[in-house]
Design a binder for this molecule. Structure first.
Ligand code: HMG
Ligand code: MG
Length: 286
């Protein structure tokens, strides 16, 4: 039997958070429902963040309340602080994600605090989630490059990844936020992280600005990672990372993984329908 690789679908959150035009709530719900039909085990639906910072996702609770939940799919949301965690939990999130950065400047631009302060905010979330039986994922942004500081040292990434794991995150997702990582630098970064964090606690999250995301997935697969984040239709970007383009497109990742002999567990025809709908939401396409 082919080995399973899990694709964590990001389009409704990492994709839509960066759209210039406001997407109507029913369209977001439709996107999530189409993705559920494709059989994803995990879908990141939205973020419970400040609507002043990310107005595109201000309807987080409405979206969570309106989606059709497929048994076997975990529906996740980002939570930057306790307020976001409580809102996510009350909206029925199966999993929440806290998000840190390997770069001080990006941490300040993205969540308005230092890396150390961000961990003080995460601690009560992890305590509450443990009591509530909610899994917590942790992100490290800027694992190769930062839009403000340039190249990031692999050791800086490893420190933040270890801290997230020690804080209680079940899984740490390594984000090439800018999408400028080369396979060589991703390899060096992974070697540093894997000294302290096992591969089965890591996920790869590669934006595709330089068109090398698939190669970077290949490097991570060779290091034993088996969870990858991507967005149907290649939607995405971070509003606080100038120059960052879309996530790796899920349909590209699915084809690549199948070609390498892995099983993604997805219904390809349903995925293509979801990706077509996702692309139709992008107002920047002709
Ligand atoms: P702040 O301004 O320092 O915090 O923002 P604050 O506590 O002073 O709050 C500011 C306002 O937001 C207040 O409202 C709060 O009530 C409200 P006001 O009194 O001015 O009317 N507020 C909230 N509202 C709703 N839900 C909340 C919440 N918290 C405060 N949870 C804060 C700090 C963290 C809130 C802010 O910086 C923020 O929301 N940042 C989110 C930025 C973001 O979502 N970025 C994109 C996600 S990360 C990413 O894309 C990278 C990733 O994909 C991986 C990769 O690619 O690398 C994950
Ligand atoms: Mg991202």
């Amino acid at each position: 039997m082919a080995e399973r690789v899990t694709i964590y679908e990001m389009a409704p959150r990492d994709g839509l958070q960066n759209e210039k035009a406001m997407i109507a709530t029913p369209d977001k719900v439709r996107l999530v429902d189409l993705l559920s039909q494709a059989g994803f085990a995990r879908i990141e639906v939205t973020s419970f963040v400040s609507p002043k910072w990310v107005p595109q996702l201000a309807d987080a609770a409405e979206v969570m309340g309106a989606i059709a939940r497929r048994p076997g799919t975990a529906y996740a949301a980002l939570a930057p602080n306790m307020r976001g965690y409580i809102a996510a939990r009350d909206a029925g999130a199966d999993e929440v994600a806290v998000f840190a950065a390997a770069s001080e400047s990006f941490s300040r631009k993205n969540i308005n605090c230092s890396i150390a302060e961000s961990f003080e905010r995460f601690a009560p979330i992890l305590d509450a989630a443990a009591q509530d039986g909610i899994t917590v994922r942790g992100y490290v942004s800027c694992v190769t490059d930062c839009p403000f500081e340039g190249e990031i040292a692999p050791e800086a990434v490893a420190r933040v990844a270890v801290a997230l794991m020690e804080a209680g995150c079940r899984e740490v997702s390594l984000g090439d936020t800018l999408g400028r990582g080369t396979p060589e630098r991703v390899d060096a970064m992974l070697q540093a992280v894997l000294r302290d964090v096992p591969a089965d606690r890591l996920a790869g999250h590669f934006h595709d600005t330089s068109g090398r995301a698939v190669e970077n997935v290949g490097v991570a697969l060779d290091h034993g990672l088996r969870v990858f984040d991507s967005a149907a239709g290649g939607l995405g970007g971070c509003p606080y990372a100038p120059g960052a383009a879309g996530n790796l497109a899920t349909e590209t990742l699915d084809s690549y993984l199948r070609d390498r002999g892995f099983d993604t567990g997805l219904d390809r025809a349903a995925l293509d329908r979801a990706a077509t709908f996702a692309r139709s939401l992008r107002k920047d396409l002709p």
